[in-house]
Design a binder for this molecule. Structure first.
Ligand SMILES: NC(=O)c1ccc[n+]([C@@H]2O[C@H](COP(=O)([O-])OP(=O)(O)OC[C@H]3O[C@@H](n4cnc5c(N)ncnc54)[C@H](O)[C@@H]3O)[C@@H](O)[C@H]2O)c1
Ligand SMILES: [Zn+2]
Length: 343
């Protein structure tokens, strides 16, 4: 990670190191204007821009192009959208030598990433994520997916982008709830190696989270082990999203899940009391709720947590400990109930 300070405001750059599939992530005000440079660097001759934002949000890529409108949201994160996009690529005559650009929230970067990964068995994609959550998490790391009626993110491929441009100017229009959504992920990053980012400028916060994710992805691109740590706070987080029928945004639920992970690690004797307290302080410091929402049933939460995709059996959590965060399997239910009661 490095942060340049030669411009009017600092710009961050992180390289995701994956051999010949390595790519840069630029973070900062105005970095979207790098698009023509990145398109030229990868040698694309034509581009389809898939954008959930007004068309003028994406700069001219500098080569013949077409803008295809899209909508953010889980509802359109489907195989039907993938087909629609691939047909638009074909209609414009995109070949394997060309590129796709996504501009939108994490739902859009996910569905466009999957379409790019499938079209012609894979063509170049550049992401311009426009939500805080998409900038700190969804657009980096190469996981793509769409939903089925049977569940979220059930169909996808690993398909790394060729560049990611996290333009912080594009966050100016983001509603408060979507800032909280992103800050939940930044808060959980505090406990898995991103360090103290409260009171830092947003460009630095995003750059540090991307650098953390880049390190983890470089070490474990396909989820064989270490990548689990990114799910810090997520076991309870996912359960809370479901138990509240998705009334809590993902990041808000992850914030509560992060406080819970601290409590549980404390009860299991893995971390001292001040580290437990730090969880609550950090999450609260980002303006997030630290308590379970009223009315959620602990039995429901336990049932959802048992079905979490990480847990092959029993209750599994990523927990802090003497040697850092790690996946802990088969956690005793009594401790889990006690940590919930403590929230
Ligand atoms: N691939 C991965 O590794 C990965 C990681 C984390 C999350 N995800 C996926 O990301 C998705 C969540 O992303 P999200 O939170 O960005 O959701 P989203 O795409 O639905 O965007 C959230 C909301 O913010 C709005 N929005 C986005 N940018 C805006 C802007 N600049 N100004 C005003 N409004 C704006 C959207 O219209 C939407 O209403 C989920 O589907 C999740 O599965 C993927
Ligand atoms: Zn998450």
């Amino acid at each position: 990670m490095n942060t340049r300070t030669d411009g009017p405001e600092a710009t961050g750059r992180v390289d995701v190191l994956l051999g010949d599939r390595s790519y840069p992530v630029f973070v900062g005000p105005g970095v979207r204007h790098r698009l023509p440079e990145e398109v030229a660097r990868i040698g694309a001759r034509r581009v389809v821009v898939v954008s959930a934002r007004p068309p003028e949000w994406t700069p001219d890529p500098g080569v013949p192009h077409r803008v295809v409108p899209a909508r953010d949201g889980e509802h359109d994160k489907t195989l039907a959208t993938v087909e629609h996009l691939c047909r638009a690529f074909a209609d414009f005559g995109l070949t394997r030598a060309d590129a796709v650009v996504s501009c939108g929230g994490g739902t859009t970067t996910d569905v466009v990433g999957l379409a790019a990964g499938l079209y012609h068995r894979g063509i170049a994609v550049i992401h311009l994520p426009t939500s805080l959550l998409a900038q700190v998490d969804a657009s980096v790391g190469g996981k793509t997916a769409v939903n089925l009626p049977e569940g979220k993110n059930l169909v996808g491929v690993y398909w790394q982008p060729r560049a990611v441009l996290c333009d912080t100017e594009q966050l100016d229009t983001l509603p408060a709830v979507e800032w909280r959504n992103g800050y939940g992920e930044i808060a959980r990053a505090h406990f898995i190696g991103a360090g103290e980012l409260r009171d830092r400028p947003v460009t630095e916060q995003i750059t540090a989270c991307v650098a953390l994710k880049a390190r983890v992805v470089a070490a474990d691109e396909r989820d064989a082990g270490l990548r689990h740590i990114l799910n810090y706070g997520h076991t309870l987080g996912h359960a809370l999203e479901r138990a509240t029928d998705f009334q809590l945004r993902h990041g808000e639920a992850v914030g509560v899940g992060t406080v819970f992970a601290g409590r549980l690690a404390g009860l299991l004797g893995r971390i001292p009391a001040d580290r437990v307290d730090e969880h609550r302080a950090v999450v609260a410091g980002y303006g997030l709720d630290t308590r379970l929402p009223d009315g959620v049933d602990h039995d429901d939460l336990l049932a959802f947590m048992r079905r979490d995709k990480k847990s092959t059996s029993g209750l599994s959590f990523v927990l802090d400990g003497p040697s850092g965060p790690e996946l802990v399997a088969d956690v005793d239910e009594t401790a889990v109930r006690a940590a919930l009661a403590d929230m």
